[in-house]
Design a binder for this molecule. Structure first.
Ligand SMILES: *Cc1c(COP(=O)(O)O)cnc(C)c1O
Length: 246
């Protein structure tokens, strides 16, 4: 399990080295440790090792784990062995899986950033649920850069229109875009897809839509994060390289 600490250090070093190599500030790049299918014990280990942001894909699984971990942190220090946690830093959670509108309420309750907003309907439901609890929910628009039928995300052509519509929602704050290339063995093959996503971000940014920030580009996973950083990623979502295979 202590492997996590070593793997995390390797990943962070690789992120920094890649950033510097391509003239970017390493601090611009946020690491999201993807913990789907990993146990509460493993995640606690990761938090103790210095992971600050965790990414989850499945609402039900995520809620169970977040509740368990929050309890250990704050709620019942006398009942649960607080020694399990060796840091005071409370983890931040990002939702990176496909989100159905009927789960928006739960996502808004538990997640700081939702990476996968792909329709106005979903954005409106998030807005409605966020208003109820007095929250401004940070979101990204997921773009279907791979143009595969089965992949989720909005079509690139619709992204500007969706961003403009979202700008009218008072309890949602659009921070940028997320995308996933098709799966390739060679990371270099992903480059045109990352470039395309970065370009869409720039186009939307140049529209200067009021209240739309467009600073974040969530792209790059274990196999291809270096290429993603070279192409402008500000958030990399890394599971396997930190936690091992699933
Ligand atoms: C699982 C997953 C990741 C992490 O993938 P790894 O290859 O394990 O690094 C990143 N993003 C999304 C959306 C995922 O579903």
């Amino acid at each position: 399990m202590d492997n996590i600490r070593e793997r995390l250090k390797d990943v962070k070093d690789e992120i920094s080295e890649t950033a510097i190599k391509f003239g970017r500030n390493p601090e611009e790049i946020t690491l999201i440790a993807v913990s789907k299918k990993k146990s509460v014990e493993t995640i606690i280990n990761a938090i103790n090792s210095g992971i600050e942001i965790l990414g989850e894909n499945y609402i039900q699984e995520a809620v169970e784990k977040i509740e368990a971990i929050n309890q250990i942190f704050v709620e019942q220090p006398n009942n649960i062995d607080r020694n399990l946690i060796t840091t005071d830093k409370k983890a931040i959670w990002h939702f990176i899986g496909h989100l159905q509108s009927n789960k928006a309420k739960i996502a808004v309750k538990y997640f700081d950033l939702i990476h996968t907003v792909d329709s106005l309907k979903l954005a409106q439901e998030i807005d409605r649920q966020a208003e109820k609890i007095g929250k401004i929910q940070n979101i990204l628009i997921q773009i279907n850069i791979s143009e595969e039928e089965t992949k989720s995300g909005t079509d690139a052509e619709d992204a500007i229109c969706l961003a403009e519509s979202i700008s009218h929602l008072k309890h949602v704050s659009l921070k940028g875009l997320m995308g996933m290339p098709p799966f390739f063995d060679a990371p270099e093959m992903a480059r045109p897809y990352f470039r395309k996503l970065a370009k869409i971000k720039d186009v939307i940014k140049r529209k200067a839509i009021p209240k739309i920030f467009m600073e974040e580009l969530s792209m790059g996973m274990s196999g291809d994060f270096k290429v993603a950083i070279e192409e402008g990623a500000t958030m990399v979502r890394i599971g396997t390289s930190i936690f091992g295979s699933r």
